[in-house]
Design a protein around this ligand. Sequence first.
Ligand code: SF4
Ligand code: SF4
Length: 83
Amino acid sequence: MAYIITDTCTKDELCVEACPTDCIHPKKDEETFEAATQLYVDPEGCIDCGACVPVCPTNSIFIVDEVPADKQEFIEKNAAHYA
Ligand code: SF4
Ligand code: SF4
């Protein structure tokens, strides 16, 4: 399992600061940050701790089983970012 970020993400990096495994990218100091429309969770690095969820001001983060029906495409998009 993993957590999934969806398109309402504003890239404010509050989840990045909360994540204990540094599995949310791209970060501001990474080349792809500016062009990215949102941040993504690396499913390999995510330990399902849930620490990112309450700090997200836009409620953009969901555990994979609870991704809303109209946001299902972001499960693949998060994984694809790290493929
Ligand atoms: S806390 Fe939410 S809005 Fe901010 S970068 Fe993370 S997912 Fe995006
Ligand atoms: S659930 Fe935990 S490990 Fe996974 S992205 Fe969120 S803060 Fe990071």
